[in-house]
Design a protein around this ligand. Structure first.
Ligand code: AGP
Length: 368
């Protein structure tokens, strides 16, 4: 009924709007006095210093969080971090041994592939740290450490607040490790902590512009093919933007690393093709812009996502621009995902789709 949806038309919309509160819940106790405090982590400093390989395993959107995590953790820790689809990991005779850390990410804590991958890694001696939303779930119970996301129950099949809180937790974990390993400078550490605390209020600002995203959705909802493009963190974000759109609107949508356009995808860009260009990541903004110019030259209709700093310049090239506030680079996907969730939601709404229960999909995939 309408009551359980808190007055929102769908659980998905309600959960999108719950994100500021959910992220506060996930971070408040863990960010104090300008520091990351992970009281729920049982790993000792020595164990953290002795971690061997770091491998993230997950499925779907949780895997996309892992993709963001790979960029951020590698940057903070200056060591390689792998992110592997759980369904691939379990059958790959994985190279993991004692001392390695496997990070399992799952909203439900019941995803069969993630569970099987976790068991495979555990059997080989890895330490398991999971980032889970559902308290007491199977994955949480079988892990050596659990960092709960505290997002509250997520009902809509398309994940929103779980994705956001998983990302917040992974960023905090990265900062926590980096501090112990001595791989992050004071300034970056402090800026990250400060900006993480700003994420909820910045998301509130983005949510205030929901109607303008609805307007954009009305303009592009008839598209049958969409290409999301981006580099670095914008690439990781494009994977999630594309999945959100396809799962609830049934529009054919693909995510491409912008640099790969010339290696094949650009042959699909013809007059009127919709390209959603993610250009939030400041260091590579010029590259994002030149890709926009390139696809427009082939006739693409471009919708861009960028930060306040670059909005004007982007607007000189592109007719439709969505803007997010400026924040520390590593936190851009925390903000950038919100307009993409709203966009997917409103497009699905315009198309009359069953948003909370899209066809063929289950909230938690407990079969292979
Ligand atoms: C996301 O919107 C999906 N419905 C799906 O990809 C989901 O993220 C995936 O099944 C993993 O679920 P989990 O986080 O509960 O393990």
């Amino acid at each position: 009924g309408a009551a359980e949806k808190g007055g929102y038309a769908h659980f998905m919309l309600k959960e999108i709007f719950e994100q500021p509160r959910a992220i506060r819940e996930a971070t408040a106790a863990r960010l104090q006095g300008g520091r990351v405090i992970l009281q729920d982590l049982t790993m000792t400093e020595e164990e953290i210093r002795n971690i061997g390989r770091i491998i993230i395993i997950a499925c779907g959107s949780s895997y996309h969080v892992g993709m963001v995590g790979k960029y951020n953790l590698e940057r903070m820790l200056r060591r390689s971090v792998e992110v592997v689809l759980a369904s691939e990991f379990r059958y790959s005779d994985p190279i993991v041994k004692r001392g390695d850390l496997v990070i399992a990410i799952s909203q439900s804590g019941e995803t069969l592939d993630t569970m099987a991958a976790l068991r495979e890694a555990k059997k080989r001696g890895a330490r398991i740290l999971s980032i889970v939303n559902v308290v007491g779930s199977s994955i949480a119970r079988e892990s050596d450490d659990v960092l709960y996301t505290w997002a509250g129950p997520e009902i809509a099949v398309a994940t929103t607040k779980a994705y956001s809180t998983q990302m917040a937790v992974l960023n905090m974990l990265g900062l926590y490790f980096a501090d112990i390993l001595g791989t992050i400078d004071r300034q970056t550490y402090s800026e990250m902590v400060r900006d993480m605390q700003r994420v909820p209020e910045y998301i509130e600002k983005i949510l205030e512009s929901a109607e303008s995203i609805h307007d954009i959705a009305r303009e592009i909802c008839k598209s049958e093919d969409v290409f999301f493009i981006g580099r670095n963190l914008d690439y990781a974000l494009s994977l999630e933007g594309s999945l959100k759109l396809k799962e609830i609107s049934y529009i054919h949508s693909e995510a491409y690393a912008s640099g790969e356009l010339k290696h094949g995808t650009i042959s699909l860009i013809v007059d009127g093709t919709l390209v959603i260009a993610l250009g939030t990541y400041g260091p590579l903004f010029d590259k994002a812009l030149s890709n926009v110019v390139e696809v427009q030259a082939r006739g693409a209709k471009v919708l861009a996502l960028t930060t306040q700093t670059h909005a004007e310049e982007m607007g000189r090239h592109v007719p439709m621009v969505m803007t997010i506030p400026d924040i520390h680079e590593m936190l851009l996907p925390q903000l950038g995902v919100v307009p993409l969730q709203l966009l997917a939601y409103y497009i699905a709404l315009e198309r009359g789709c069953d948003i909370d229960k899209p066809r063929n999909l289950a909230k938690s995939v407990t079969v292979e």
